[in-house]
Design a protein around this ligand. Structure first.
Ligand code: SAH
Length: 323
């Protein structure tokens, strides 16, 4: 279903929440009741960027920085595979310590475990993205964060909105399953720009879209700002499902961090993916992009899913079945 910008704005501004049920129906029809799990490894919290909202911004001197070694990363990946994960996600800050050669080695060793591999390591050149793809990476997550260029520039000092877009189109061109998404509730963000965000996901033909409410972190310049509205974030996600019916949409951790049942609400409003965290507890605490990041074990999660009539599947490694 295609919605125009004004139709999207109307849905976002109204108190009517019927879009959530509609998204749940579309999700069931196009991607079914199965939930794909992606096992997340946060392998470095070192970051050269200074995103205003993010606890890992380079100006935050209170973060104890870490990098996992190749063997530590592989051990976590192996444990994930033993637990039954069919996708491993490697995420980090923008950390130039990891050279293309090092990352390619890590990628190909993880691929030897017979899993799909997703990268979420920020903005790189076309050549770097190509090298990772050639080494075996299947998917890439890079949220556009906001399509409001002015707001983007305010939120990301010394970063270039056009470059972020370029990255996403490069990833598509290289044949990655490309994931993007946005934050909801950034200070100064308008409803109109959220509608533009959704239209951008459509224009890019994103294969995955992750949407999360902004959560203020006390060691960032946005510490005194209000958190994003969970219900609005869920609505943005639901409209995305209706407009891109066959894509993969995670119920994001940030949603659960704002409200205990946030992830289940998301799974009943269009989402079909959950990304449990495989990082060990010691390092997990140090990867604080926002406070109160919840994490649940695979077992706990499976129990909750059954309660809402859903279950984990690993058909086709969870790749998008283009409709
Ligand atoms: N360095 C990588 C990974 C970033 S962390 C990259 O640039 O893509 C993953 C996501 O966490 C970000 O894309 C952002 O949307 C989200 N995030 C960061 N800080 C947040 C906050 N304070 N509240 C909610 N989400 C946040």
């Amino acid at each position: 279903m295609f919605l125009s910008k004004s139709e999207i704005i109307e849905i976002l501004k109204s108190s009517d929440t019927s879009i959530l049920k509609k998204a749940d129906d579309v999700r069931k029809k196009y991607v079914g009741d199965g939930i794909h799990l992606r096992g997340l490894i946060e392998f470095s919290n070192v970051c050269k960027r200074n995103c205003l909202y993010c606890g890992l911004q380079c100006s935050n001197r209170n973060v104890e920085r870490y990098r996992l070694s190749k063997s530590e990363i592989l051990d976590i990946a192996k444990k994930g595979v033993e637990e039954g994960f069919k996708t491993i996600v490697l995420q980090s800050g923008e950390d130039d310590f990891f050279s293309v050669g090092m990352l390619c080695e890590i990628i190909s060793e993880i691929k030897n475990l017979n899993v799909a591999l997703t990268l979420s390591i920020g903005e790189k050149s076309f050549e770097e993205y190509k090298a990772y793809k050639d080494a075996g990476a299947d998917r890439y997550l890079l949220r556009i964060e906001t399509t409001d260029e002015n707001l983007y520039t305010k939120m990301h000092p010394n970063a270039d909105f056009q470059n972020r877009k370029r990255c996403l189109y490069n990833l598509k061109e290289l044949g990655y399953e490309t994931g993007t998404g946005c934050l909801v509730g950034l200070p100064g963000q308008s409803i109109e720009s959220l509608a533009d965000d959704i239209l951008f996901f459509k224009e890019l033909d994103a294969d995955m879209v992750g949407i999360g409410p902004f959560i203020p972190h006390c060691q960032t310049p946005l510490k005194n700002e209000q958190a994003g509205d969970l219900d609005l974030a869920v609505k943005v996600m639901a409209i995305t499902r209706v407009m891109l019916p066959d894509i993969n949409i995670p119920a994001t951790t940030a949603m659960e961090s704002l409200r205990a049942d946030g992830r289940l609400l998301a799974l009943q409003s269009g989402a079909n993916v959950v990304m449990p965290n495989l990082t060990d507890d010691f390092h997990k605490k140090m990867y604080e992009i926002y406070p109160n990041k919840v994490s649940s074990t695979r077992k706990e999660l499976e129990g909750k899913l059954l309660n809402i009539g859903r279950y984990v599947i690993d058909e086709n490694f969870g790749f998008r079945n283009k409709f």
